[in-house]
Design a protein around this ligand. Structure first.
Ligand SMILES: [Zn+2]
Length: 423
């Protein structure tokens, strides 16, 4: 194994331990050579470190912020946005892949309304359609999966470019915030000093609120000035900061992102960053904020509509899946393929519209292995089992889960072949 491979393995081991908490399980840790999100983040990281390297006076810090001493990873969806830990001899910044995907897909939906259109271009889609897409993204974030399991929908190349600009400017702020923690020598968890099978991510990311504010303040000007350093318009950087906080705010509203003593609500943090822009850039500040203000208004409107649409769909889907779970019969004998296929199709369509309602209902119906075994052992006959509500609900939920996307199975903690012994 080469030294670089050895270091990569060492880093991945730390995260796998953290996520599996000592139990066996599958965890995908994204590195720049295997994950496009990690690759993009690495590019931004390099750009930030170049800028910081060019402006730093402190030799000790300059050593710490050498490009090979700040590495990036993506981690499975968790309640945090990003986490920096010290895995000697380097800092490793891990980004929540679910949130990063949400930011990107939100930008993709939003971009259709932002690009300048000439008379030769097709018109922008109706806002209600975009709000519908955002509603789906949000509901995936609200579900136990905490990541938007939505395929990219077809869109123009300019929309894609614009979306990438929004998303990368937003991620730049996230990274600049993390680099801010390193620059200020804030409290950073040392992987060698914590019990990785016991620690939780929010615990490892815990530090005084002052340090979080300081990182937001530094993150604001690092992201603006590292972009300027590369000749990119500062208005784009400010737009990225606003966009990130709006996305984070939506994540908070649906419960995908946790707010605590140190991690204040996105709205509060944005107000602080905005204040920093005013203080630091003085008479330039109104120009710097120009693009951000115009897109922010549109995003707020779309978000409001999307949240209402999400609630409407969830109400309908919750009622329907409850109806299915309480009225569908299940036989211990041969399967009725036609009926089962129709049931599955309907549930898949329901899941694509309102995943949180479906996944929560499945979670509530699936029995653990022990309970299931007891149920089988306690049943007097096949008929008695078929009459047992818990068994019947479990069978239906199990059947739907079996054909659900892999991340849904993981979120439900279901492995196939599974409990119940049926393959
Ligand atoms: Zn922080």
């Amino acid at each position: 194994m080469s030294p670089a491979q050895g270091a990569a393995q060492q880093i991945d081991d730390v995260y796998v331990k953290l996520f599996t908490r000592g139990k066996p399980g599958k965890v995908e840790i994204g590195a720049p050579d295997s994950d496009p999100v990690a690759r993009i983040i690495e590019t931004i990281n390099a750009s930030i470190l170049r800028y910081v390297g060019a402006t730093l006076r402190d030799a000790e810090l300059a050593q710490l912020l050498q490009p090979d001493r700040v590495l990036v990873r993506t981690i499975p969806p968790a309640g945090i946005e990003a986490l920096t830990i010290w895995i000697a001899p380097r800092h490793v910044v891990a980004l929540n892949r679910g949130l990063a995907l949400f930011v990107y897909r939100l930008a993709r939906a939003f971009a259709a309304h932002v690009i300048d259109r000439t008379p030769a271009d097709p018109p922008a889609p109706p806002e209600s359609r975009t709000a519908g897409i955002i509603a789906t993204l949000l509901d995936w974030m609200a579900s136990p999966v905490r990541a938007p399991l939505v395929d990219d929908w077809p869109t123009g190349s300019r929309e894609i470019r614009t979306a990438e600009n929004f998303a990368t400017a937003a991620e730049r702020f996230v990274l600049a915030h993390e680099v801010g923690h390193i620059l200020h020598k804030h409290l950073i968890a040392d992987s060698a000093k914590v019990d990785l099978s016991q620690a939780s991510l929010p615990e490892l990311d815990r530090r005084p609120v002052d340090q979080e504010i300081e990182a937001d303040v530094s993150g604001t000007f690092i992201s603006i000035e590292s972009m300027q350093h590369e000749g990119i318009d500062p208005r784009a950087a400010v737009t990225g900061i606003y966009f990130f906080f709006r996305a984070l705010q939506l994540g908070e509203l649906v419960g995908a992102i946790e707010v605590d003593e140190a991690h204040r609500p996105a709205q509060e943090r944005l107000a602080i960053c905005d204040h920093v822009i005013g203080e630091r850039y003085g008479s330039h500040a109104p120009v710097f904020r120009q693009w951000a203000h115009s897109t922010d208004e549109l995003l707020e409107r779309l978000a409001r509509e999307a949240l209402a649409e999400r609630d409407r769909r969830r109400t309908v889907a919750t009622a329907r899946i409850e109806e299915v779970l309480s009225t569908t019969t299940w036989s211990t004998g041969p399967r009725d393929i036609v009926r089962d296929t129709a049931l599955l199709k309907e549930m898949q369509s329901l899941m694509s519209h309102s995943p949180s309602a479906v996944i929560e209902a499945l979670a509530a119906s699936l029995l653990d292995a022990d309970t299931y075994k007891q149920l089988l052992e306690g049943a007097r006959s096949a008929e008695a089992l078929e009459q047992d509500d818990r068994w019947r609900r479990h069978q239906i939920a199990h059947f739907i889960t079996r054909y659900a996307p892999e991340p849904v199975k993981q979120a439900l903690g279901v492995h196939f072949p599974i409990i119940g012994g049926q393959e």
